[in-house]
Design a protein around this ligand. Structure first.
Ligand code: ZN
Length: 492
């Protein structure tokens, strides 16, 4: 009976102790593994390994049943099977007691942040799910990845705490997200089956995450937001090839990046399609009035009114870059207009100024810097002609994205002038009614384009006006009037 009981105890104790996956120590010196032994389902570290990793020493007192670890001249006194230890005279409680196995001492992993950190006077942070031990002043943000599959796209969301800058590098077949950090405390999701992304996984270096792309992936759109003061969020939308742009059979030799090229369509000779761009959206609030009026809501409301007017009065095709409250990058807005082969692109915004007295509507078209003028010349020289698919003789010209709007500046200036005239007849104008500015949203627009600031939300009187249907309708009517005049200009 006694023998059987002893065997049983020995058997249990043998089963209860096993090798566990190591913990990775991340410090200024780099990364190194710390071996882990599972004892009673808890992560334990051998004191020998602690001494190697942290340059501590230890001395056993067999009579007292204790062990003293010396760290930077401070003593940590452990007692076998006691979950209270003394650190330089202070008592620290551990979730499990130190144990002695086969002549070796083991401490629970929590000994490191709770007791050793105090003795070393160093920050030690145990990130249990990621099996990371962060030592000292290193930047190891927590990154939680999520994959949401839509019908025609996939969004990869990275929640980052604390907020950390990221950069995304595209490589063949994958996207690398580089963090401004020493390492990542990364939790990666199970990726649902779809054609855009096969996996989200740790990269080749400690501060990167890799998205391995699938066959449906063609391009991406990255949105960076800050949901609260302490954290950041990066949303990478993985998009399919746009079906309404004629496919290009080969990359043009002259263009360094085929993703940045768009088909040219020559100067507009008529007005058939209008793309209206309601500024901002979702967490891109835009400017905000003192009564809480949000630019993103005003711009969407005015854009919808304008669409209704154009469709009913002119019978043209009208598309909005966004139909609802969503985030959209400037280049994606002009790309939308290009893909829909718009003859005119209008971006709608509301303004704000430091001085509350500033008010009135303003119209902008793109600035021409000398560099732009040179780029324009280069674009004309490097425009590439490719044979159309299907063997026809029709050719698609490709030009560089950055120079798209430069080819339409004269027409855009005319458009801006006509908008200014029409607005002036119906709403108050700012003293500087027509201006040029380097608005990103206009850069890639491959057609005449203007940006309209329909009033100042920072002005109390105008904030009240901007929220009314009457003012919004006046603005929409003025823009309709301008489009009618612009159509005449194009056709005569
Ligand atoms: Zn705006």
């Amino acid at each position: 009976m006694a023998v059987a009981a002893l065997l049983l105890v020995a058997g249990l104790s043998y089963l209860a102790s096993a090798q566990a996956p190591p913990i990775t120590i991340v410090s200024r010196e780099g990364r190194k593994p710390l071996p882990v032994t599972a004892i009673n389902n808890q992560d334990y570290i051998s004191v020998d390994d602690v001494n190697t990793a942290f340059l501590t020493t230890s001395r056993e007192d067999r009579l007292a049943g204790g062990l003293t670890i010396t760290a930077r001249g401070r003593s940590i006194v452990l007692t076998e099977n006691q979950n209270v230890v003394s650190v330089a005279g202070r008592l620290v409680t551990l979730p499990a007691p130190p144990v002695r196995r086969d002549g070796r001492w083991f401490v629970p992993a929590d000994f490191l942040p709770r007791a050793l950190a105090v003795a070393l006077d160093t920050r030690i942070d145990l990130r249990r799910p990621a099996r990371l031990l962060i030592v000292g002043d290193v930047r190891v943000p927590r990154v939680v990845a999520r994959v949401d599959a839509g019908a025609n796209n996939v969004a990869v969301t990275l929640d980052i705490t604390p907020n950390t800058e990221t950069r995304i590098n595209a490589q063949p077949g994958r996207l690398i997200v580089q963090f401004d950090a020493d390492a990542l405390d990364l939790s990666v999701p199970l990726v649902p089956t779809q054609g855009f992304v096969q996996s989200v996984s740790p990269g080749d270096t400690p501060s990167t995450v890799v998205l391995t792309l699938g066959p449906r992936y063609a391009s991406n759109r990255v949105t960076t937001t800050q949901p609260d003061a302490g954290s950041g969020r990066v949303i990478i939308d993985l998009l399919p090839a746009t079906t309404d742009v004629a496919p290009t059979p080969a990359a043009p030799a002259a263009a360094p990046d085929t993703r940045l090229t768009i088909p040219t369509q020559g100067p507009s000779t008529g007005l058939r399609t209008v793309v209206i761009d309601p500024g901002h959206g979702c967490d891109q609030l835009g400017t905000q009035g003192s009564k809480g009026t949000l630019e993103k809501e005003i711009t969407l409301s005015v854009s919808r009114r304008l669409r209704t007017l154009i469709e009913s009065r002119l019978g043209l095709k009208v598309f909005l870059t966004r139909e609802d409250d969503r985030t959209m990058e400037p280049d994606d807005r002009s790309a939308f207009a290009n893909n829909h082969r718009a003859d005119v692109f209008l971006s709608i915004h509301a303004n704000s100024a430091v001085r509350p007295s500033v008010k009135g509507a303003e119209v902008y078209y793109l600035t021409v810097e000398r560099a732009d003028a040179e780029a324009r010349k280069r674009a004309e020289e490097t425009a590439t002609t490719l044979p159309a698919l299907g063997g026809g003789s029709r050719a698609i010209d490709l030009i560089l994205w950055e120079t798209a709007q430069a080819r339409y500046l004269e027409q855009s200036a005319t458009l801006a002038g006509l908008i200014e005239q029409s607005l002036r007849a119906r709403v108050g104008m700012s003293p500087r009614a027509v201006q040029q500015a380097p608005f990103r949203v206009l850069v890639g627009a491959n057609m005449p384009a203007a940006l309209v600031e329909i009033g100042y939300l920072s002005n109390a009187e105008q904030e009240a006006q901007l929220t009314t249907a009457a003012y919004q309708d006046q603005v929409a009517q003025a823009l309709l009037d301008a489009l009618i005049k612009f159509r005449d200009f194009l056709e005569h």
